[in-house]
Design a protein around this ligand. Structure first.
Ligand SMILES: Nc1ncnc2c1ncn2[C@@H]1O[C@H](COP(=O)(O)OP(=O)(O)OP(=O)(O)O)[C@@H](O)[C@H]1O
Ligand SMILES: [Mg+2]
Length: 347
């Protein structure tokens, strides 16, 4: 993408300079020709008319160059339209039309005997998962890589549909709901936060055109991101993303947290980053996450003991199945799978 953009820019530059040189040469040629014609008296052209013709010619070439300059811009625009069309033509995975919408979400989540298998996968990614999460509760999912933690989050988000069983929000089966109305109350902070190309402000507020500056500012402050944003050359107007300013993983995560905060969700899905942060950013991210999780139903795929400890309940997944559920103290006392996991993490 980036190299394609660069090629286009180089091409643009070459094209612009070549056409400019060409037209200037043509202008000189025209002037010489007119002068020669007038001097030799081949055609009756006066010196004044030569001047007039050449000034007309300058006007004409100017206009032509401007027109030619539009060509690459047009090409770029068409390319964008094409890529938008590609996205629009993707068959919609969801049939939301005609389904009942929800006016509000309180945040109760229920998984009822959920089984899930990815298309063409040889085995189930989740088997018989049942769980009832009350509004405001924080549930941490732990387990080895590939045990199905991210799959649970995607099922709740409705990006995946259970192969069997049901996913309910506030007691209503999500299979019968217009998921777009549900998602308005759900925020996701993914494992790897992605910023699109645009200003920090756009990145935080996208999709919410009527946000006030104060709310965005408050979200950045609560996400512990206000300091890092102020340190950027243009503050929150600094362009980040593919061709913009580079932010570190921890910085990007805090912007993503601000993005989630500003939406004031009832349900929060958090796939904790596995990359290591320096202790200072780690503390800043943890503190921001704590603020984000307060009072909201939170499902968090946790890799850090500090996150796990602040959870109300812990679900231990292994090989697509729930093997343990309980509070941290309860699980440690039980001396089972979780207790071993914590010992292994050296706590
Ligand atoms: N798109 C997919 N297509 C097919 N199989 C998949 C797909 N995504 C995940 N899986 C499989 O489903 C199982 C659960 O994957 P999942 O991503 O939920 O694991 P995870 O617990 O989040 O792991 P990690 O800690 O590494 O992120 C794995 O066996 C994985 O190979
Ligand atoms: Mg995962």
């Amino acid at each position: 993408m980036r190299s394609a953009g660069l090629t286009l820019d180089v091409l643009n530059g070459r094209f612009a300079s070549m056409s400019w040189v060409g037209l200037q040469l043509l202008g000189v040629l025209c002037l010489v020709l007119a002068a020669w014609v007038s001097l030799t008296g081949l055609v009756a052209v006066s010196a004044g008319e030569v001047v007039q013709i050449s000034s007309y010619f300058a006007l004409l070439t100017g206009a032509l160059t401007n027109l030619l300059m539009l060509l690459p811009v047009g090409a770029r625009g068409l390319e964008s339209v094409r890529s938008i069309a590609e996205v629009m033509q993707e068959p919609d995975l969801e049939e939301n039309e005609g389904r009942a919408g929800v006016a509000e979400v309180h945040g109760r989540l229920t998984l009822d005997a959920v089984r899930f298998r990815y298309p063409e996968a040889a085995r189930d990614a989740l088997v018989d998962v049942s769980l009832d999460v009350r509004p405001g509760e924080t549930v941490a999912f732990v387990g080895p890589s590939g045990s199905g933690k991210s799959t649970v989050l995607n099922l709740v988000l409705g990006f995946l549909r259970p192969t069997a069983g049901r996913v309910l929000v506030d007691g209503q089966d999500t299979a019968d709901l217009d998921l777009r109305t549900v998602r308005r109350w759900v925020s996701v902070v993914p494992q790897e936060s992605v910023l699109f190309e645009g200003s920090i402000r756009d990145n935080v507020a996208y999709g919410l055109p009527r946000l006030t500056d104060e709310r965005i500012r408050q979200a950045l402050v609560d996400a512990n991101a206000a300091g890092l944003v102020d340190a950027l050359p243009d503050g929150w107007d600094t362009v980040v993303g593919e061709r913009g300013a580079r932010l570190s993983g921890g910085q990007r995560q805090r912007i993503a947290i601000a993005r989630a905060l500003v939406r004031d969700p009832r349900i929060l899905l958090l796939d904790e980053a596995t990359f290591a942060l320096d202790p200072e950013s780690e503390a800043a991210v943890q503190e921001a996450l704590g603020r984000l999780m307060r009072g909201r139903t939170t499902l968090v795929v946790a890799h850090r003991l500090s996150t796990i400890r602040s959870a109300d309940r812990i679900v231990v997944l292994d090989d697509a199945r729930v093997v343990e559920v309980g509070t941290r103290d309860g699980l440690v006392a039980a001396g089972g799978r979780y207790a071993r996991l914590e010992r292994a993490q050296g706590a």
